[in-house]
Ligand binder design. Sequence first.
Ligand SMILES: [Zn+2]
Ligand SMILES: [Zn+2]
Length: 386
Amino acid sequence: MGGVCFSAIAQPSHKNPWIKADIGKLPPIASLTNGLWLKGDLHVHSRHSTESSNNPVGKIIAFSKSVGIDYICITDHDNHVNGDVAHHTWADPEFKSDDVLLLYGAEWTTVRGHGNVFSAKPYNHQSLYDVRDQRDTVIGRIKKGLGIHLSANHPSGKDHFGYSYDIINSLEVWNSVLWSKNAEAIMIWDDMLSSGRKLTGRGGSDAHHGIPETPDKATANSGQAKANYVGTPTTWVFATARTKQAVVDALTNGRVSVSANPYAPRVEFYADLDDNGKMDMMMGDNTKPTGKAVKFRVQLTGKTVSDTAYTVTVIKNGGKFNSFKTSGKIPAVEFTDIPAATGRTYYRVVVEGPGTPYPEVPQAMALTGNMVGLSNPIYFNFDPNF
Ligand SMILES: [Zn+2]
Ligand SMILES: [Zn+2]
């Protein structure tokens, strides 16, 4: 066989100049109590997407309100209106609500795949549409100037997000009611996290079709409305206020978890850094490791099934760390670990267990299977200036 002895060419004195020994002082962790949980759907198509059916804006908003959804982003395909979403979705007379926070956005629909924009206020979407075929450095500059949150949609498979992950703030790690189809999206998320990118994982139903008002309005796709609609899955954010800006800020900072539907329990993930029994940080937060053991707590809040076990799987740096069973009135798991004193570490959790009925979307529960929800990571030593 022969071959090269690689150890002979190793350079023990080599220092990678890109790896920082010290990332400097990190901003303080925000309050764990000064805020509220809001639930929503970040990927819905209305009649302004040409392939949708029976799904006017007013119907989406009324449905959202009826199932307790706090915020939505109607993300119509921008290429169906040549980028002019401002004069279509946002100008629709039905695009208004006193109850549901309506984010401004669209699905950036390009030859290189799809991404969603989320914004608290109107922005110049046309300029993002116009720049879509340019180099990523140019697109990144335009995106930054617009001050928007850009998110990679369904990152694997058809219409995957084919741009640099350096220009986005989040990824759609759970697209539609069909949880089992998201394994590659989760793999991509873990790769991005492991490489130092602090990117939020979020959900989106990608619903296109509503239930027809009368049987004669049914289309070949109308059946989808009973299986995949607003809230399958539901993205929870811990927002500092009930405002659109606070929702977008929470999406960016990662205080986010995703649940199977609006009635399914919410996954909350906390860490106690100094073993005083009081939680100091939650998912999305980033701090420096102290070298001491950290106590983590996973909690399911909401309508849980008390006589059935939930399985909590902990992922550390992209690999399985451990898995635990829990049940009870408020199912919770605590575990301890010592994050590395140098280098990055992240922990995130996936919860499986009994499904939660969603009567308004009656076929959803069976299609989601035993997937209950997932958290965003708790981060140690991630460089905010990456
Ligand atoms: Zn898409
Ligand atoms: Zn879509």
